[in-house]
Design a binder for this molecule. Sequence first.
Ligand code: ASP
Length: 321
Amino acid sequence: MSAGFRHHHLLSIADLDQRDVNQILDAAELFIEVSRRPVRKVPTLRGKTVINMFFEASTRTRTSFELAGKRLSADVVNISTSGSSVSKGESLLDTCKTLEAMRPDLVVIRHGASGAPHFVAKQVGCSVINGGDGAHEHPTQALLDAFAIRKSLGTLSGLKVAICGDITHSRVARSNAALLNLFGSEVRFCAPRTLMPRNVEALGVKVHHDLATALDGADVIMLLRLQRERIEGPLVPSLREYARKFGVAARHLEKAAARAIVMHPGPMNRGVEIHPALADSERSVILDQVEAGVAVRMAVLYLLAKEVRAQTPTAAASDAG
Ligand code: ASP
């Protein structure tokens, strides 16, 4: 199965089709078992080098890529802006060329500029994975969200998915919309007008400015924080006012589907976009998303790594590799 993975990079959900997504999620099903074993390591990527380049803050994505690489026995190196030559004025191009000379097999890049991973991919020969670029895309987040949805609801098709919060600045919203559209689910974006991009319907989503209509019949409710690091000037009157109108609590789920699940990519701002009790409720699959993050990133590293592609996922997830 893995022999058929046709991509050299993972830059954008827009590059994938249903088959690619299923291939990644099916491989992740096997890798999630690895993370539940007493010894959470397989030799699949022994001798391979993964460089994580994080030019923006990250907890979940960076840690899970690091764990994913290590659980596959790759050599993993983390570089962040503050400890690197970037803080000494080096250009992205020079950083890439320097890293390329060290012969990594895979580079994961998070950057504040939309398109930065695409730029890097054109400059280097190794595989590049987009770990989040500006407000553009966060493909592995959408893939791990898809994994958690499929696990909870058994499908990615025919669902009503409400994505609520700061849509304008959210790469998570864009990648999720692209992925869920591939499978024929209905995606609703819900935000105040000031946090909803213009022409967003072009992404194939329905636009809502009111929680009640957005959550009506929803199978999945995905909440997003205000991306304050990307917001210039006041886009909401006050946090309290925003939380009152767009913060989701258990009572808002009354008209959602009986099986509705609540998701959040993290980091959560409890009491703003999500009521603390809802975050900790049985509806919440937020920690399942985190667990899925490691497995999905193992699957992505495995599928992109050269030479191991000929291995079946089952062999890759076995102790013998
Ligand atoms: N962790 C997600 C991202 O990197 C969501 C967020 O930061 O709000 O885009």
